[in-house]
Design a protein around this ligand. Structure first.
Ligand SMILES: Nc1ncnc2c1ncn2[C@@H]1O[C@H](COP(=O)(O)OP(=O)(O)OP(=O)(O)O)[C@@H](O)[C@H]1O
Length: 370
């Protein structure tokens, strides 16, 4: 990401190449089917480009959020998508429209929906370990390209990793660069809204964010894809945060039934509290679990044997992905230092607040300024 395009604040980019169209979106596209997904400030709908008949996903982003003009945040999201144009595993940006209230990103349509659905699916529809290896390798290659381009995603979770097709299992597309940041220079991030289960300990501890922060999330993601369980999820947010900061992970046989020990070793190389000791995306690609295929077909969510029938291919009957109800549950207002060089990691300054007190740890205050 070239320095000249950086806004100088928050590791965000302020200029884009894409022409923003102000003519009518609905003249050129027809919305079809139900919503593909929804975030706090965006709705994503499937649409057809009238001129070509091609399917796309239109992400309608509100410019005003909580009474503030957030156009620059959307411009940054567009700039990051532009910078990842040649990245095969990042969703591609087709066109951009602007209305008085919204900016519409016309994106490549990922017909297979979120990998989340297969993570929580019944055992006969969930991923095999071989599937997970192939998909994790693609995530790693995609993320290695982003990191090589000094971009950190900061919101990698199963809802932001989509599939080009679900049956037969297609390729991954990383989406949602709304929280992503560039690391060209030492920059401060003052507000991060993330999803508790996937945030790294340094985010909770107000320590600097780096590419290693994404690697933690890939560790969590791999765990979920293999086991169908979220490793740090507690009964409430506070418990989840404690589990993360204590790296309280269950690697028992019970949870990892039918999963190879190499897979567990891979996850262990990522779920490490000290970001400097975590494996990088490039190191992960070279990990034997990812680089070699010594395992027979095993089914991680169940005790299914290697002789399991192959999945049937029904690409023409691709189901519409369900619209999940997303609600970002964590709001951390903090000041982070983002470093491109991990040896320069320095703690940031800021403030945080929890909605509820910690029942088991009253010494943890609900609000803290540091
Ligand atoms: N290109 C696409 N193809 C198909 N579905 C998509 C596409 N982009 C997004 N979606 C769906 O819409 C959902 C929301 O998209 P996205 O995460 O980009 O929005 P967001 O408002 O930034 O979300 P959040 O508030 O969770 O960060 C995704 O989780 C996915 O289910």
């Amino acid at each position: 990401m070239p320095d000249s395009r950086m806004s100088g604040k928050k590791g965000m980019v302020s200029s884009i190449r894409t022409r923003i169209r102000t003519d009518s979106f609905s003249t050129n596209y027809e919305i079809v089917g139900k919503e593909l997904g929804r975030g706090k400030f965006a709705v994503v709908k499937k649409c057809i480009e009238k001129a070509t008949g091609k399917e796309h996903a239109a992400k309608f982003l509100r410019k005003r959020r909580k009474g503030q003009d957030c156009r620059s945040d959307i411009i940054h999201e567009i700039a990051v998508l532009e910078s990842a144009e040649s990245n095969p595993f990042v969703v591609s940006l087709h066109e951009v429209y602007e209305t008085a209230a919204e900016i519409i990103l016309v994106l490549e349509y990922a017909a297979g929906g979120e990998i989340f659905h297969q993570c929580v699916a019944d055992s006969d529809e969930s991923f095999t370990e071989q599937d997970v290896i192939r998909l994790v390798r693609q995530i790693l290659v995609g993320v290695a390209c982003l990191h090589g381009n000094n971009v950190v995603h900061l919101d990698l979770k199963p809802q932001n990793v989509l599939l080009t097709c679900s049956q037969p299992l297609g390729d991954i597309r990383i989406v949602d660069f709304g929280l992503s940041r560039c690391m060209d220079d030492m920059t401060e991030v003052r507000e991060i809204i993330g999803t508790p289960e996937y945030v790294a300990p340094e985010v909770l501890n107000y320590e600097p964010i780096s590419t290693a922060t994404d690697m933690w999330s890939i560790g969590v993601l791999t765990y979920v894809m293999l086991t169908g369980e979220s490793p740090f999820l507690g009964d409430n947010k506070q418990e989840t945060f404690l589990n993360i900061s204590q790296v309280n992970v269950d690697y028992s046989q019970e949870v990892f039934e039918g999963v190879s020990s190499l897979a567990i070793d891979f996850i262990k190389s990522l779920l490490i509290k000290d970001p400097r000791r975590r494996a990088t995306a490039e190191e992960c690609v070279a990990h034997p679990w990812v680089s070699e295929h010594p395992h027979p077909q095993s089914h991680p969510h169940s005790t299914l044997l290697p002789t399991q029938e192959p999945k049937t291919n029904h690409p023409e009957s691709e189901p519409e992905p369900e619209s999940p109800a997303h609600s970002p549950e964590l709001v951390i207002v903090a000041s982070y230092t983002i470093c491109s060089n991990q040896s320069e990691l320095k703690p940031g300054r800021g403030a945080f607040a929890f909605d509820e007190p910690f029942p088991t740890h009253p010494e943890i205050t609900q609000k803290c300024v540091f």
